[in-house]
Ligand binder design. Structure first.
Ligand SMILES: C[S@@+](CC[C@H](N)C(=O)[O-])C[C@H]1O[C@@H](n2cnc3c(N)ncnc32)[C@H](O)[C@@H]1O
Length: 330
């Protein structure tokens, strides 16, 4: 295969956010849900979504050029990729595309230059209280965010109880566990354990129906409230949202709640080394720009955990570019 033309490569990447935005808009309008097995014309799609047929057709044409949809028989048809934008796909990624259309993310990206100069995130500059406060105040955006967390974790969740034995723990707490997708998988693989899902009250309200005699819901703020007592504390893609001082505060809260013999089980994506084009490398910049977090390596986790009162730290690779970091109260 020939090397890409450098000029074209720079052009495509410089304007690449138009492609992202087209994908987000198509997902927001639910275009994939309107296409079944036969092609649908731009005019039909525009009439159903209240759009301009010309504009929508051009947006979808760009997405065809990117291999998302396919243009056939005068209309737009599904590819294997666009089927994942359908709401009813079992591994739907529609919410993921919609989430990246969140105005807090866009307004932060505009100010990435400022993040680079200052090292600071822009989320709190573009809206008071930053992303988390915004989500707490915007129910529709919060639902999309929490659905996205479940969607991004769908393929990864089954790997966690496969890589790590939870059956020895009577009580397992998932801290910042979102909609409880990971905790449910852990409890399914560990039938004698009970679980407690700890997250912000407005997040747990979305999954009130999950509560059972094996799965308790506990709303709270991990910076202010005491965490539940448990034999294992799971934190999946929570620590990466925070800078070192805040990450340390969360870990110290776990340390205070953890009885002797408890285990901390952190699940995080690993930064590729050497660098390569993959989602984790992009995610690191999302963290930098939006919330001030970062994708950390094992050495950085070891330092953070030791400073927060943990020892016996080990890494367990679990596949899909993710690792489990296990630690015990020191
Ligand atoms: C990136 S999401 C990860 C969700 C889930 N663990 C996963 O990996 O799919 C971070 C989670 O932390 C929760 N969170 C953020 N700030 C919090 C706080 N101050 N107290 C408790 N939970 C918080 C969010 O509501 C969200 O569910």
């Amino acid at each position: 295969m020939s090397a890409p033309d450098p000029v074209a490569q720079i052009q495509m990447m410089s304007g690449g956010y138009f492609v992202s935005r087209c994908l987000q808009v198509a997902a927001e309008l639910g275009i994939a849900d309107l296409i079944a097995d036969v092609p649908v014309s731009a005019a039909q799609l525009a009439a159903t979504t209240g759009s301009s047929a010309d504009a929508l057709g051009r947006v979808l044409t760009l997405l065809c050029a990117q291999g998302i949809f396919e243009r056939r028989d005068g209309g737009f048809a599904h590819t294997e990729v666009s089927r994942f934008l359908r709401s009813d796909h079992p591994a739907s990624m529609r919410s993921f595309a919609r989430m990246f259309g969140n105005p807090v993310i866009w307004q932060s990206v505009i100010r990435l230059d400022e993040s680079v100069v200052t090292g600071e995130p822009m989320g709190e500059k573009v809206t008071p209280g930053g992303l988390w406060q915004y989500l707490a105040e915007h129910k529709d955006r919060s639902e999309v965010f929490n659905e996205t967390m479940a969607a991004k974790a769908r393929a990864m969740v089954p790997l966690v109880p496969r890589a790590y034995d939870f059956t020895r723990f009577a009580r397992i707490a998932d801290i910042g566990g979102g909609r409880g997708h990971l905790l449910q998988a852990i409890l399914a693989a560990s039938p004698d354990s009970r679980g407690v899902l700890f997250d912000q009250p407005h997040v747990l309200r979305e999954v009130a129906n999950l509560a059972s005699d094996r799965l308790a819901l506990e709303g709270g703020n991990f910076f202010e409230d005491a965490l539940p007592e448990a034999d294992a504390y799971v934190l999946m893609e929570v620590i990466h949202d925070w800078d070192d001082p805040s990450a340390e505060r969360i870990l110290r809260a776990v340390r205070r709640a953890a009885p002797a013999g408890a285990r901390l089980v952190i699940v995080e994506a690993k930064m590729p080394d050497p660098p390569m084009a993959c989602w984790t490398a992009t995610l690191d910049i999302v963290m930098l720009n939006l919330v001030g977090g970062r994708q950390r390596g094992f050495g950085e986790y070891t330092n953070l955990l030791e400073r927060s009162g943990f020892g016996e730290i080990r890494e367990i690779p679990m596949g899909m570019g993710h690792s489990i970091i296990e630690a015990s109260p020191a």
